[in-house]
Design a protein around this ligand. Sequence first.
Ligand SMILES: NC(=O)c1ccc[n+]([C@@H]2O[C@H](COP(=O)([O-])OP(=O)(O)OC[C@H]3O[C@@H](n4cnc5c(N)ncnc54)[C@H](OP(=O)(O)O)[C@@H]3O)[C@@H](O)[C@H]2O)c1
Length: 285
Amino acid sequence: MSIVITGATGQLGRKVVEQLLARGVEPSTITAGGRNPQALQELAATGVRTAQIDYSDPDTLEAAFSGAEQVLLISGSEVGQRVPQHKAVIDAARAVSASVVYTSAPQASTSALILAPEHKATEEMLAASGLSHTVLRNSWYTENYDDAIRQAAAHGSILTSTGSGKVASATRTDYAEAAAAVLISANYAGQVLELAGDEPWDFDELAATVSDVAGRGVTVNQVTTAEHVEALKGFGLEEATAEFVAALDANIAEGLLAESDGTLSRIIGRPTTPLNQYVTQLLAT
Ligand SMILES: NC(=O)c1ccc[n+]([C@@H]2O[C@H](COP(=O)([O-])OP(=O)(O)OC[C@H]3O[C@@H](n4cnc5c(N)ncnc54)[C@H](OP(=O)(O)O)[C@@H]3O)[C@@H](O)[C@H]2O)c1
């Protein structure tokens, strides 16, 4: 077995490497890739091989994928550039006939989620590649709310335009365990897996959880999308970023991140990390 993890210098990829090692995968069969030299050095210290991987530089992909049997393609973080970047990764995997596992988004092929189109296009490129592949349609990270949770604990309020929309979040560790389990098993080839937390929550529940853990009242300040954009700009966000963040909340309000069918907990063999446990750990640090 020889596995290349792209985006291994990032928060999710690093955890996938840890989970593979924890499952007894021989370190020398893992190649951890990314652009950040310091993060690559830290990964090398765990005994894995490392490689410079830049999705926009096909030479780095060709060099890193030499001899690879599997590639975990962690979706890039440069929104708007991901389709050509992911195409380059799939082309390089095809050159060595490696199978591909890809981190996508919930119901990417049909969802109105503003982030879905690049994931849908990538899934279509994978299907057209003829490569054996598995799609991990990861839902939201609970970590996306770290700042909101800390601010709620400190100031007693949470600003949102999600209405009563639910978020089926799970932690990066939950998703990383699933990715590792899928990479070391032959059982998931050809599958599209919708991965989400077991217990979708809304912002009233988030506020109640922070309130319980922090021991103080927390109110939810529900605003419209337009008011949210203005408030975010007032906090110093650029207009485009503020609109993006508020559009994601609007997607949540529409229920686009609410689905959970238990696939993630089945794959990792335990319940996903409960919100209360996550908030307790976060506020203790
Ligand atoms: N489900 C969610 O809630 C959620 C939230 C945020 C993001 N995401 C998606 O999930 C991915 C992984 O999440 P994360 O938390 O690990 O993000 P992260 O910590 O920002 O890590 C992103 C990783 O992608 C790599 N990368 C980005 N652009 C690249 C490029 N052009 N060439 C090569 N590598 C590139 C980065 O490498 P270097 O830093 O070394 O350049 C880094 O290793 C993100 O990239 C994004 O697509 C999902």
